[in-house]
Design a protein around this ligand. Structure first.
Ligand SMILES: [Zn+2]
Length: 521
């Protein structure tokens, strides 16, 4: 009897069709490597890609027809701040809608802390896309030194190193800096090299929001490269750009510097969002010294006539030569929780509302008053389209959003949080021909995966996790605009995260399939 059962089982399994969780038929595959499109079916089981080809007898619990559609590896967004609100809005829908299946958080020097607590909470709550984290230099420095405007002592550097070592043990992929922000702005290069050396021992990366991206850009790129050289680790220049009219065109020089560094053996890459405006806090145009000690101290300084004048002079300089793009009309309030009516208005408009002429001088006064009353975020139209395209086309630059998890409809945020990836594929690939489809997909998948050291994502390959995005290359486009940013893109049919359908025709799954990724695992 036993023998008979075995024979029956043998015959049955021998004749039966291979069975999969999901089969995607008829698509054109851009596998992430940058090589040309090919037609094949994809067979998925237990979250992974099992087969790429054509298995005529295969059966699937779910079969997707990708006729006339592109299948690409899910996009890996190297530069986000999405973790700041991912526990509040765990679907992280504005990223899933774009085809992003992995977000990297903890950028620009600011990260959750301790990161293992945050990782545990994320696992408990669930998350739509996968999440990888960096440990933030500003976060660590604040832990050890507060926001004091001074250099670190050797003892403080030791303490920071041990915090960074713990974060690396807990699974961080590297360290980020925000040398434009407080308190990172008070550190010198030696401090960053010392901390980056700890990251280097753990095979992590150094991602940097550099000290300056306007006047001072070239020096800052050189500093970033020097940190890579001396600490011996890969450098990722964050949201690369040339800020302010006087600096436009300098991307020629920065890209040369990046090439020279690579020729020297230092791994330097960068990321970029496809827009001509930046977005960050309203205090970015304030001098760093004025922000030491927090908002209470800042208020005291704003009440002191002499200090107020010094702060104002720097703000005017920044409006004219740097982030302000030469004109108060180029600075738009993105969110001002204290008074929603300012959201979407530029500084020239707000100045006029107050009965003043929109000069940089008056705009600086208005800005100081706004920050005195409460903080907010701005959008700064200070970049040049030629630089954007030149940077984008460079093979060592990847696409990234620099965006956040967004509450749909709230305030007037930068459209990059909704539109980055579809915008690249629609506007820059299809309409402007700045780069090819397969090259842009490489910059959205394999390139970031390889920089992060993620070995089983970022390509469509047997044995890789089935993080996939299926889209119509003729229709994909961003819809989020400056005036109306809360709009999801068009043209994305399905998004799979870890082999599960996370988004189908614009509707996210109720289940959250993302994982917290651990470095070197
Ligand atoms: Zn940044």
């Amino acid at each position: 009897m036993k023998k008979l059962i075995i024979i029956v089982l043998f015959i049955f399994s021998g004749c039966s069709s291979p069975h999969f969780d999901i089969i995607i038929n008829n698509g054109k595959i851009a596998d992430g490597s940058g090589s040309k499109l090919f037609s094949a079916n994809i067979y998925i089981k237990n979250g992974k890609i099992i087969e790429i080809g054509n298995l005529p007898n295969a059966l699937g619990d779910k079969v997707l027809d990708a006729q006339d559609l592109i299948i690409a590896p899910g996009f890996i967004d190297m530069h986000t701040h999405a973790e700041r609100r991912s526990l509040e809005f765990p679907t992280v829908e504005n990223y899933l809608q774009q085809g992003v299946t992995t977000i990297v958080g903890g950028n620009c020097g600011g990260s959750p802390f301790p990161i293992n607590d945050f990782m545990e909470k994320t696992v408990q709550k669930g998350i739509g896309p996968n999440l990888a984290l960096l440990i933030g230099h500003n976060t660590v420095r604040k832990e050890v030194m507060g926001t004091e405007n001074r250099l670190a002592t050797n003892k403080e550097i030791d303490e920071m190193q041990s915090i960074i070592q713990s974060a690396m043990n807990e699974g961080a992929f590297g360290m980020s800096t925000g040398l434009k922000y407080i308190p990172g702005a008070y550190s010198n290069t030696e401090e960053v090299i010392a901390l980056a050396s700890t990251v280097s021992k753990n095979m992590g990366i150094y991602a940097t929001h550099m000290r300056e991206e306007g006047i001072g850009l070239i020096k800052s790129v050189k500093e970033a490269i020097d940190i890579g050289r001396k600490a011996n680790l890969p450098v990722q220049i964050s949201h690369h750009k040339a800020v302010g009219k006087t600096m436009w065109g300098n991307s020629i020089k920065t890209l040369e510097l990046i090439e020279e560094a690579n020729a020297e053996g230092i791994k330097v890459t960068a990321d970029q969002y496809p827009y001509t405006a930046t977005s960050t806090g309203l205090t970015v145009v304030f001098p760093a010294w004025s922000l030491s000690g927090g908002s209470k101290k800042l208020k005291e300084r704003l009440q002191n006539p002499q200090l107020r004048q010094q702060i104002k002079d720097k703000i005017i300089w920044n409006i004219v030569y740097d982030r302000g793009g030469g004109d108060p009309a180029s600075i738009v309030v993105a969110s001002y929780p204290n008074n929603d009516k300012y959201n979407g208005l530029n500084l020239a408009q707000i100045t006029k509302l107050k009965g003043l002429s929109p000069t940089p001088d008056n705009a600086a006064e208005i800005l100081m008053n706004l920050v005195y009353e409460g903080n907010g975020k701005g959008i700064y139209h200070c970049l040049n389209e030629e630089d954007v395209q030149r940077i984008m086309a460079h093979p060592r630059i990847m696409h990234a959003s620099d965006g956040s998890t967004i509450e749909f409809g709230e305030a007037q945020p930068h459209p990059r949080s909704y539109g980055t990836y579809p915008r690249v594929l629609g506007q820059y690939v299809r309409e402007k021909n700045v780069i090819s489809l397969v090259e842009s997909i490489r910059k959205m998948s394999k390139l970031p995966a390889s920089v992060l050291g993620i070995k089983d994502r970022g390509e469509i390959k047997n044995g890789f996790w089935a993080d996939l995005v299926i889209f119509d290359q003729h229709k994909i486009i961003d819809n989020a605009t400056w005036e109306n940013p809360h709009q999801y893109p068009s043209g994305v049919s399905w998004v799979l995260v870890n082999g599960k359908i996370s988004l189908e025709n614009g509707i996210p799954s109720k289940n959250l399939y993302g994982k917290v990724l651990i470095h070197n695992e």
